[in-house]
Design a protein around this ligand. Structure first.
Ligand SMILES: C[S@@+](CC[C@H](N)C(=O)[O-])C[C@H]1O[C@@H](n2cnc3c(N)ncnc32)[C@H](O)[C@@H]1O
Length: 215
């Protein structure tokens, strides 16, 4: 997470002024983080539940790879159900609302106006009839910039069965006539990320543009 200059508290998650932040609930991440990021440029790592506590809508960029499926901690559910509203858009209660959608709503709330979110999501969010109200809410309130399908190999080690995508969303009302860039990557594309980024910037061969709206 990269934070802009808006003051705020967010002490629950250990947010401090300026720069880059990481957040994860798993304390075992700390030594890995310390090994990966030597001082003095090591980003601050908040070891906290990312769904709980107040944090300012102050970040320029939020990126995340949230946990998929399952439900949040049942002990936290009453607080979550007070603080969030996407779960209300479904007929079923918050207890059966998957964790990635709590994180999607949370991540959007962390962005300052104009800020950009990049999140890994299961592709089911894009296609499953069940999440249509949440998709409509997303399209109504924010500008979806791009959806990029990832090859299954990307997360084969951890969640083999799930087809995933990257979704990029800007925290602003969608511009009139806005189109979403869509692309599907294969294993070969991932061998050379620099070429992939250049191709994307140049109007990538595989990227198509489409008005993404619920039919
Ligand atoms: C799919 S893994 C991603 C790990 C790592 N960020 C990556 O991209 O390789 C999901 C991560 O979410 C963390 N997590 C699960 N529930 C969380 C919560 N409520 N708040 C913060 N982090 C959570 C897990 O500890 C795990 O590290």
């Amino acid at each position: 997470m990269r934070r802009g200059g808006v003051p705020g508290r967010g002490a629950a998650a250990g947010v401090r002024g300026g720069g880059l932040y990481g957040l994860d609930v798993d304390r075992q991440l700390l030594p890995v983080w310390q090994a990966q990021f030597p001082p003095p440029t090591r980003p601050h790592l908040a070891l906290a539940d990312g769904l709980l506590g107040t944090m300012p809508a102050a970040f320029e960029v939020v990126v995340g790879n949230p946990p998929f499926g399952g439900s949040p901690d049942p002990a936290a559910l009453p607080d979550l159900m007070m603080a969030y509203h996407w779960w209300r858009l479904s007929r079923r209660g918050g207890g059966s609302f998957p964790r990635e959608l709590w994180f999607l709503e949370r991540s959007l709330r962390l962005l300052r106006p104009g800020g950009l979110l990049g999140l890994v999501l299961p592709e089911g969010f894009l296609a499953n009839k069940r999440w249509r109200p949440q998709r409509e809410e997303l399209l109504r309130t924010a500008q979806v910039e791009a959806v990029i399908g990832l090859p299954r190999s990307v997360f084969r080690g951890s969640r083999a069965a799930v087809k995933t995508c990257l979704i990029f969303v800007r925290q602003q009302a969608p511009a009139a006539g806005h189109v979403v860039r869509l692309a599907e990557l294969d294993d070969e594309d991932l061998l050379c990320p620099a070429a992939l980024i250049a191709a994307w910037d140049a109007g990538a061969v595989q990227a198509t543009e489409a008005p993404w709206r619920e039919a």
